[in-house]
Design a protein around this ligand. Structure first.
Ligand code: OAD
Length: 256
């Protein structure tokens, strides 16, 4: 069976790289980027709000959207898929997680070796990076009033404070991106979970891994454009499949 085949490869991996997207958090109740929104935000396309242009044109709207997402995420918890990924880090000698997610559920589930590509919903910076890139700013509910949002940078007193996430059209954090590509080019097994593989450069990671001969396993509730190129495709919810995969890895490890 495919799960057993994948588990065998994972168990023998010299370096397992796991690359995750929004799908892994869907079962926690965090909407993915391509889900339709309900309520107040139904009329907005999340991708139109995630741009520097949108922030310049309407900083309050973008700030409110990100604060809404932060509060939504704060009400959610990691799901069995996140815990299974954390278990792999404990079970195997060399595991690195690369994530496009900004919700911290992997960290909460216990992963330590994480490369974040798109920033964090819980980190903020001066929009002008007045003290150098990034100019991190501590933000809590006490530091701003809803009517004055977004807050002003405490260092320069001019720049607006913005979430430290990567918006469309912006560069990814350079060191993290370099490390992610090095790993994609050197790993022997990659596990790709819950990503539509449409947003570059993250979408290039599995392609690099395939080029250099890695065994690439995809877990997704739906096939993606990359699915035909995968070594194994496990279709289903990551919260169902990943715990089964970890169980199969445990059996393999026990059998060795
Ligand atoms: P997407 O929202 O594009 O895709 C989510 C993927 O997860 C889809 O392929 C779904 O089929 C799959 N999926 C949904 N529920 C699932 C489940 N329970 N189990 C397994 N798979 C499931 O999310 P990303 O690929 O992460 O970028 O999107 C990448 C980037 O686009 C995001 O980081 C964000 C976004 O716009 C920026 O903000 C720069």
């Amino acid at each position: 069976m495919d799960i057993q085949r994948a588990a065998k490869k994972i168990t023998r991996a010299k370096h397992l790289v796991i690359s995750t997207g929004a799908g892994v958090s869907a079962e926690s109740g965090v909407p993915t980027f391509r889900d339709a929104l309900d309520g107040l935000w139904a009329k907005y396309d999340p991708q139109m709000l995630a741009t520097p242009q949108a922030f310049r044109a309407n900083p309050k709207l973008v700030w409110d959207w990100y604060w809404y997402r932060r509060e939504l995420v704060e009400k959610t918890r990691p799901n069995p898929g996140h815990y299974a990924i954390a278990a792999l880090e404990k079970l195997l000698p060399e595991v690195t997680l690369i994530t496009q997610n900004v919700d911290h559920h992997h960290q909460q589930a216990g992963n330590k070796n994480i490369i974040t590509l798109h920033g964090s919903l819980f980190a903020y910076k001066c929009a002008n990076n007045c003290q150098g890139e990034p100019t991190s700013v501590e933000v809590s509910r006490l530091t701003w009033k809803p009517e004055d949002a977004p807050p002003t940078c405490p260092y320069c007193g001019k720049g607006k404070v913005r979430p430290d996430v990567v918006w469309f059209g912006e560069a990814l954090p350079e060191a993290n991106l370099r490390r992610a590509f090095e790993l994609a080019r050197t790993c022997d097994v990659m596990l790709l979970v819950g990503t539509s593989n449409v947003v570059y450069p993250a979408a290039r990671l599995p392609i690099e891994a395939l080029y250099q001969g890695a065994f690439v396993i995809e877990i997704n509730s739906n096939p993606t454009d990359l699915t035909p190129r995968m070594s194994v495709f496990l279709q289903g919810k990551s919260g169902d499949i990943l715990p089964q995969l970890v169980e199969a890895v445990r059996e393999e490890l026990g059998a060795e």
